[in-house]
Design a protein around this ligand. Structure first.
Ligand code: FAD
Length: 257
């Protein structure tokens, strides 16, 4: 049997599964020995008063075990030899676009003007230490995009622009804590985000996609008023439909457009 409860409890109970089971047993009349597992579905903290409470939506499994995984897996199949699509930018927009293309059976080719998320860190250190800004590798440009090295939180007020749960599950599949699935204000953590981004890149490459760093799109190739591909600063051209995921900092792109 599965029962769901909305609880307002003290943090020390909310943070400990055994204490939570004991609370459910006492307050909801469940037999403690029959509660096989609990699963937190939503969590928020109410710190407005002296006594802090945690609001929990919790599922109790009684005489049965949870069958579902902790998060939903998306299947990413191989896309080698499939039609290619150029994705300009490896920020959140570009990375998620690439993963979605793979789901749809298309081969993403990402071009990113900045460096990979680890190399980029050195350039950020240089900004603080020497006040020297690399125009292609900084807080705005590089793998992971603009927010990758800020607070690492993940927050949106938008509920109507697409499937947020799916995005959170994709992050979990790539190494984020499953706490982000239940927390009212999900937070990945700046220390953990680079690894998650690398894992997303690895999925893209393992499936047959490509990621080209330090490669800046300089022009769209347009024939008969149709976009056919891109030219880059390395001299390489890439052909195919183009997704521009260049973010709000790429003024040169907007000026050029
Ligand atoms: C300082 C800062 C802190 C932030 N902190 C947070 C936070 O903690 N949590 C949160 O959820 N949001 C945060 N945000 C907002 C978040 O970063 C943005 O909403 C998000 O990055 C937008 O994603 P995007 O992919 O559209 O664009 P971007 O992240 O801007 O990514 C665009 C990418 O395209 C690349 N690019 C641009 N032009 C070209 C070109 N010509 N050729 C090749 N590549 C190109 C860039 O290098 C960049 O990597 C923060 C933003 C900033 C600026």
């Amino acid at each position: 049997m599965i029962q769901e409860y909305q609880l307002r409890i003290l943090p020390e109970i909310a943070a400990n599964e055994q204490k939570l089971k004991e609370y459910l047993s006492k307050e909801k009349g469940l037999n403690l020995r029959e509660i096989t597992a609990t699963r937190i579905l939503k969590r928020s903290i109410d710190a407005r008063q002296r006594t802090i409470f945690v609001n929990l939506k919790v599922r109790a499994y009684i005489r049965e075990m949870p069958k579902d995984d902790e998060y939903e897996h998306t299947i990413y199949n191989k896309v080698e030899g499939k039609p290619q699509v150029i994705v300009v930018g490896a920020g959140p927009g570009g990375l998620f676009a690439a993963l979605r293309l793979i789901e749809l059976g298309l081969r993403p080719i990402i071009v990113e003007r900045g460096k990979d998320v680890r190399e980029r860190k050195k350039d950020l250190a240089q900004i603080s230490r020497e006040h020297a800004v690399d125009p292609e590798s900084n807080y705005s440009f590089g793998e992971g995009g603009a927010g990758a090295y800020s607070d690492g939180k993940l927050y949106t007020r938008s509920k109507k622009r697409g499937n947020i749960d799916k995005i959170l599950n994709v992050f979990c599949q790539h190494g984020a804590s499953t706490a982000i699935l239940v927390d009212a204000h999900p937070h990945i953590g700046t220390d953990k985000l680079p690894r998650v981004i690398e894992n997303m890149r690895n999925t893209i490459i393992e499936c047959g996609g490509e990621v080209h760093f330090q490669t800046r799109m300089e022009a769209l190739i347009i024939e008969n008023e149709e976009v056919k591909g891109i030219e880059t600063n390395t001299g390489k051209t890439f052909l195919g439909p183009v997704i521009l995921a260049t973010g709000h900092s790429a003024r040169d792109v907007y000026r050029w457009l």
